[in-house]
Design a protein around this ligand. Structure first.
Ligand SMILES: Cc1cc2nc3c(=O)[nH]c(=O)nc-3n(C[C@H](O)[C@H](O)[C@H](O)COP(=O)(O)OP(=O)(O)OC[C@H]3O[C@@H](n4cnc5c(N)ncnc54)[C@H](O)[C@@H]3O)c2cc1C
Length: 396
């Protein structure tokens, strides 16, 4: 049976940056990354791709090219866990470890919306949530000649809580620039109770909503899409709209699929009652298995799941893992930092940064709730370079 000192499940944003940081601390560590993927994606830019403001080809590289030197890459799918035996099951058989880091990201449950898999990428039904479908969003914007444009956000946790509405603000700005805003009926249908959790940033977003004449419909789930007939069905679940069924005709719809931890994680003993990896929210150590850590989208942390959060989580996992290996108690603590670069139009962005309590934790010495051109440039020009050039190399 193969054995490695540290096994990392998932070579995405979290897995690669954590492995790279560990190796910077100690070149001699024996680390294996399990991931079957050929490609590695910079997903945060898909919002701009959908708005026609970023080249999709710049969001993908081969997985081989981002694998840190010195890591053993096991190009396979993990299928389950046997934590009592310090064992992960792969398609080809078991693999054992001294320490395990679980970060296989989030699962997109497209099939949970009836009719969606058949119509995605056709009939003006688009989504920025995959490499394949994001460019079609911009085609839908360009094809729009007025009518009803729907934007949807499910009631499950999603990666980047801002992404379902950022594309709506870009769309409104696109329609305005092309003289179509007056002819557009833009509607947001969301499974959340609020537009955005942090009042300081929500205040600005509500002004952006007003500017685009956008109608907000909160506490609804999208249950079905009939692509050919361009009809979407929403069902309410709030106090005032419980079980209310609303059928809405559309000229275009942007869908965010319901999301969960991957099935092989959800069906394991590693999860909390909500189905995410059950870690301590400060140390990121598993609450029942001291030699297991988790970070990134699959971790059961009460925050918006973002790459920006991973940038603050990875050093905590690295420090606490090295502490454990040296026989010390975990010493690093994650405060719940996350960030959402809220694109509010072409050349406009509100950089939301906050912690577990939704208290702003801002980087810059100015009011970050204001829309700024400089912050848009940060997202479009600086962050992608920082991702490929520094974050994945364990340097940021
Ligand atoms: C449209 C969109 C906009 C976004 N905008 C932003 C933004 O503006 N700012 C921001 O910070 N974040 C943003 N994000 C979120 C960010 O991309 C994710 O939070 C981040 O990629 C999560 O990293 P991860 O390593 O947990 O998962 P991922 O990067 O998704 O990687 C998961 C890896 O696990 C592998 N894997 C899956 N199943 C298995 C298995 N069974 N066995 C082994 N390996 C497996 C996959 O192949 C993949 O390589 C956005 C995401 C999207 C989709």
């Amino acid at each position: 049976m193969a054995h490695h000192q540290i096994v990392i499940i998932g070579g995405g944003n979290a897995g690669i940056s954590t492995a790279a940081q560990l190796l910077r601390k100690n070149r001699a560590l024996d680390i294996a990354i399990v991931d079957p993927a050929d490609k590695h994606y910079y997903q945060p830019a898909w919002t701009l791709v959908g708005g026609g403001a970023f080249d999709i080809q710049k969001t993908v590289r081969s997985e081989a090219s981002v694998m840190p030197k010195g890591v053993t890459w096991i190009k396979e799918k993990a299928t389950g866990f046997a934590p009592e035996q310090n064992q992960v099951n792969l398609e080809s058989g078991p693999l054992t470890y001294d320490y395990l880091i679980v970060c296989p990201g989030i699962q997109l449950n497209w099939g949970a919306i009836k009719g969606l898999p058949e119509t995605l990428g056709k009939n003006n039904v688009c989504s920025n949530y995959s490499f394949e479908s994001a460019p079609y969003t911009f085609k839908c914007l360009r094809n729009f000649k007025g009518g009803t444009a729907l934007f949807h956000n499910p009631s499950t946790p999603v990666k980047c809580g801002g992404a379902p509405h950022k594309i709506m603000y870009l769309a409104a700005d696109y329609f305005r620039k092309h003289g179509m805003l007056d002819k557009a009926d833009i509607q947001y249908w969301s499974g959340a109770a609020k537009l955005f959790a942090v009042p300081k940033y929500e205040k600005t977003l509500l002004q952006v909503v007003k500017r685009g004449n956008i109608k907000l419909n909160l506490m609804y789930n999208l249950t079905e899409i009939d692509g050919p007939n361009k009809r979407a069905t929403f069902v309410g679940f709030g106090e005032d709209n419980k079980d209310e069924v609303r059928e809405v005709s559309f000229d275009m719809i942007h869908v965010t699929p319901p999301q969960s931890a991957p099935d092989f994680v959800r069906n394991s003993t590693l999860v909390n009652s909500a189905g995410w990896v059950d870690v301590d929210k400060g140390t990121l150590q598993h609450v029942r298995h001291a030699n297991i850590f988790s970070l990134g989208d699959a971790a059961g942390l009460p925050i918006s799941k973002t790459g920006a959060a991973i940038r603050k989580q990875a050093p905590v996992v690295v420090q606490n893992l090295l502490d454990m290996m040296a026989g010390r108690q975990p010493s690093a603590n994650y405060m719940g930092y996350t960030s959402c670069p809220l694109v509010t139009g072409y050349g406009k962005l509100v950089l939301a940064e906050f912690d577990y309590d939704n208290t702003p934790m801002e980087t810059f010495p100015f009011d970050q709730s204001k829309e700024r051109w400089t912050m848009y440039q940060l997202k479009r020009e600086v962050l992608p370079r920082m991702y490929w050039g520094a974050i994945l190399k364990g340097m940021a």
